[in-house]
Design a protein around this ligand. Structure first.
Ligand code: SF4
Length: 145
């Protein structure tokens, strides 16, 4: 996919915001929503194997991005969704720190400039560890019981 706009999809709830969309038949709106969903899936899946993914997450948090797809995370602008999107960006970074055993230099710079980010990343790290713990095979628990 070589269309940069794919990383900045139309938001579903924008449809209907203007008169031209409001007049569209439901089928047309459904087709458009499906097109946007496909676009989001393709873009986020390409992020999955992107070499710059972690730096991309750091950039998005640093810049306070409120729109678009960054590091495989669709950033949504309502306050609650934005909080979730930022938590997911932090999880991308925390996963890298846990897996590699070291913090990227850019993360150290970010945390130095923005102390609030330290808590965000630490909380994300706790969630990533808890998720992995939950995903461990139950056989280990049975054997130790
Ligand atoms: S991780 Fe960032 S730089 Fe890489 S494809 Fe996704 S949006 Fe682009």
């Amino acid at each position: 996919m070589n269309d940069p706009d794919a990383w900045f999809p139309d938001r579903f709830d924008d449809h209907g915001a203007d008169e031209s969309h409001r007049a569209e038949a439901p089928q047309v709106q459904r087709i458009e929503t499906q097109r946007v969903q496909r676009q989001i899936r393709r873009a986020t899946s390409l992020c999955g194997s992107c070499f710059f993914k972690v730096n991309c997450a750091i950039n998005a948090l640093e810049a306070g991005d409120e729109y678009g797809i960054h590091a495989g995370v669709l950033i949504e602008p309502t306050p609650a969704r934005l909080r979730k999107s930022r938590a997911r960006l932090a999880e991308v970074i925390a996963t890298e720190v846990i897996d590699s055993g070291r913090a990227p230099h850019r993360l150290a710079v970010l945390v130095e400039d923005r102390p609030d980010m330290e808590t965000l990343i630490a909380d994300a790290g706790s969630r990533v560890r808890a998720e992995r713990e939950k995903a461990r095979p139950a056989s280990r628990t049975r054997r130790s019981a």
